[in-house]
Design a protein around this ligand. Structure first.
Ligand code: SF4
Length: 411
């Protein structure tokens, strides 16, 4: 069965690479063109040069992927020196880098305090698949929402990430995967055996992206800028637990693909699993989805549905799901529950997941069962949690033992 390789896998930490650097200076990463122009004016760049300098620096940062001002060969030495004194373009520090036996990679990154804050740590996950590579990016450290099946939800919110910190997760992953074609591959980079690199990004890591709307918007507009990182908006998916007013804004102001953490088709159950439902119940949520701009059969909303044994996995639930989504161009992702220490939930039996999927398929919905990825390194959906709150080593070993024991039972 699909979980077999995952359970058989072992955590494989990789030594943090040499040369990861961070700086407490403000970063140029994450500034939009206008802000970058303002910054250059402040550095004394003459008005007639601003547009050209912005294009040059944009190209160095997002096409070439450099993280050192000295590499900006077509920028005058004087300007480079001024920039170096006042700003940084360094990557965050890699605290830990892990690779699962299934090829999933997870990074724990530490960002320096900007101003009066303290350093924060976040996780991002890279999932290589046939013909594509998806990077799962975090938008907050911790989360204020308390979805009861989610490990991140047990970690209190430390703070929102800035556009710089959101984009840096993408830049760093591309560094580590050798995905900036013009650059030398950094020492210790983990290059996938095929040429699958970062083709897609999903805002599905730690946090609720729509509770950090402005910074997420800025980061995603930079990621999709055609003269920079050039990711098509069709290859960027923002996943929300259902912050209805910001779903409308996402459609109008960002225009990326939408995913909804649905998980239940009745308000009483969704109130328990995804408590934001008490504020924005299913009727309002589905109405916002129905009105999402540009929907068609080729551009559908993804509904995430975690399979919890004896909680939401009956055929009655499957029927309810079909009724709820009537008229919404939708794809349903069934996610076998990824266990984490301390949870009271269990993953639905595989046969039940298949029955549920068949029922939905028969009603005409694509409903892939998402193969769990990176469970052994706690990189799977709903398992992320940052260093400050991670398991102690002994707890982690106990967890690994539990996973192996479960695998034995599955056989
Ligand atoms: S599922 Fe998302 S919104 Fe809910 S607690 Fe987890 S990280 Fe927060």
């Amino acid at each position: 069965m699909a979980t077999e390789t995952v359970f058989a896998a072992r955590m494989a930490p990789v030594a943090p690479p040499l040369g990861s650097a961070s700086s407490e200076l403000p970063s140029l990463i994450g500034l939009d063109r206008e802000q970058l122009g303002e910054t250059l004016r402040g550095c004394g760049v003459p008005e007639r040069q601003i547009k050209m300098r912005v294009s040059q620096i944009w190209n160095w940062l997002y096409v070439r992927g450099i993280s050192d001002f000295d590499a900006m060969a077509n920028v005058s030495r004087d300007l480079r020196d001024v920039l170096k004194r006042h700003f940084t373009i360094a990557r965050p520090e890699i605290v830990e880098e892990q690779i699962s036996n299934d090829g999933t990679r997870k990074w724990l990154l530490r960002f320096p305090p900007r101003g009066a804050g303290r350093p924060v740590e976040v996780e991002s996950v890279y999932i290589p698949e046939e013909g594509r590579g998806t990077l799962c990016i975090s938008s907050q450290v911790g989360c204020t929402l308390t979805c009861s099946f989610c490990h991140t939800g047990t970690q209190r919110l430390v703070r929102n990430l800035t556009a710089e910190e959101i984009l840096s997760q993408l830049l760093l992953a591309r560094d580590r995967l050798g995905d900036f074609p013009d650059r030398d591959v950094p020492q210790g980079a983990m290059i996938p055996s095929s040429d699958r690199k970062v083709t897609n990004i999903v805002m599905m890591g730690m946090g609720e992206p729509l509770y950090n709307f402005e910074e997420v918007k800025k980061a995603l507009l930079i990621a999709s800028d055609g003269d920079g990182l050039s990711l098509s908006k069709r290859r960027i998916t923002l996943s929300t637990s259902g912050v209805v007013p910001e779903i409308y804004r996402t459609g109008e102001e960002i225009g990326v693909m939408l995913a909804i953490s649905l998980h239940a088709v009745r308000d009483d159950l969704r109130d328990l699993l995804v408590p934001i439902n008490k504020k924005y119940p299913l009727k309002e949520l589905i109405e916002a989805c129905r009105n999402y701009p540009g929907l068609s059969n080729a551009r559908r909303i993804t509904f995430e549905y975690v399979m919890l044994k004896d909680v939401n996995d009956s055929l009655e639930d499957a029927k309810g799901l079909i009724q709820l989504l009537k008229g919404v161009p939708a794809k349903i992702n069934l996610i076998p529950f990824n266990p984490w220490p301390g949870t009271n939930y269990q993953c639905s039996d595989w046969a039940q997941i298949e029955k549920f999927a068949d029922f939905i398929n028969a009603a005409g919905y694509a409903s892939p069962i998402r193969t769990p990825r990176g469970r052994d390194i706690l990189a799977a959906c709903g398992q992320l949690k940052s260093e400050s709150e991670r398991m102690r080593k002994t707890e982690r070993l106990a967890f690994e033992a539990m996973m192996i024991a479960n695998h034995g039972e599955d056989d």
